[in-house]
Design a binder for this molecule. Structure first.
Ligand code: ADP
Length: 235
């Protein structure tokens, strides 16, 4: 039985304006698997991802590997869960590509030599090493997406949590992104509308709708169930 690396039990979350975004969500993620989280707009997918490294704090139980979601564990949890936002402009905020990818390792207190090594390795993994000195805001959208992934790879996380990784990419860059994700061996949690990406990368799927997990199963079972997909605005 593979190790459970994420355990969520009975998670509820409402935004400050009262919008209920997660209702009694329970979900397990196992080591090495790729879990697709699909569902219509507003289903709560992004809200769930923001709970995985404690950016949002709902009511309920969350455990990441052996660490319960508590303030004293947040620093270690944030180095284990690499959260890649949907919009790379929310991820890249430093002047250069190097600075953006080095931000996490510097924050973790790594010595200069180790920081440089982590940055080079992470950029190499996403095939952006040649852009290390470029200005982040000069990159194309697809390049920004890749560098965003490098900003979390440089912290050597166990789990990658990706929000709409293929969103707004043209077919060529979408293909490159899917190939890149296939090469990364991390446990992955991918929130997306892109069922093609899910079918290529994920082994298991959870469908969210109106803040609830409404179905969970193998990719074959879920994507093979047209009625289920249609009922939740995914067909
Ligand atoms: P998804 O990622 O599946 O599209 P979200 O997690 O973004 O869904 O949103 C879940 C619900 O929370 C939606 O009803 C959305 O309108 C609401 N929501 C998201 N962000 C905020 C926010 N900052 N303030 C208030 N409501 C929000």
């Amino acid at each position: 039985m593979p190790k459970k690396v994420v355990e969520i039990k009975g998670l509820n979350y409402s935004y400050p304006d009262g919008t209920i975004a997660l209702r009694n969500v329970s979900l397990d993620v196992f080591e090495g698997e790729s879990l697709g989280i699909i569902g219509p707009n507003g289903a709560g997918k992004s809200t769930l991802l923001l709970h995985l490294n404690g950016i949002l704090k709902g009511d309920g139980y969350i455990r990441i590997s052996d660490l319960e979601m508590e303030d004293k564990n947040l620093f270690r949890i944030r180095s284990r869960v690499g959260l890649v936002f949907q919009d790379p402009d929310n991820q890249l905020f430093m002047p250069t590509v190097f600075d953006d990818v080095a931000f996490g390792p510097i924050n973790m207190g790594l010595p200069k030599g180790k920081v440089e090594e982590s940055v080079s390795e992470a950029l190499e993994e996403v095939d952006m090493l040649s852009s290390i000195k470029r200005l982040s805001h000069h990159l194309s959208f697809g390049e920004k997406k890749r560098v965003s992934i490098a900003t979390v790879l440089s912290m050597n996380p166990e789990i990658l949590a990706l929000d709409e990784p293929s969103g707004n990419l043209d077919p060529k860059h979408r293909r490159e992104l899917i190939n890149l994700l296939k090469e990364l061996n991390h446990t992955k949690i991918i929130a997306t509308h892109d069922l093609g990406l899910v079918s290529e990368i994920c082994s298991r799927i959870a469908i969210f709708d109106r803040g609830e997990v409404v179905a969970e199963g193998s990719v074959q079972d879920i994507l093979g169930n047209g009625d289920l997909l249609e009922a939740h605005g995914l067909a």
